[in-house]
Ligand binder design. Structure first.
Ligand SMILES: [Zn+2]
Length: 72
């Protein structure tokens, strides 16, 4: 009957009727809540990154790429 719809936040499948209420309940204000702390985190990461040697920067970039591959 209802087409399954994937939640774009957590990736789980829901009926199209339920995905909106799921997102409201399971991920309240995700984008708003995440933005401030994530920006602070990014700032910290960039500041640390700047202190690294060229060799260690390469390692960090490789590690980040590996982390991204594991997540996706
Ligand atoms: Zn979800």
């Amino acid at each position: 009957m209802a087409e399954p719809v994937r939640c774009d936040v957590c990736g789980k499948l829901f009926s199209s009727r339920h995905v909106k209420s799921h997102k409201r309940l399971a991920h309240p204000k995700d984008k708003l809540a995440g933005s401030a702390s994530q920006q602070n985190g990014m700032k910290t990461i960039l500041e640390l990154y700047k202190t690294l040697s060229a060799e260690n920067k390469q390692r960090v970039l490789a590690d980040l790429a590996a982390v991204e591959q594991k997540l996706s």
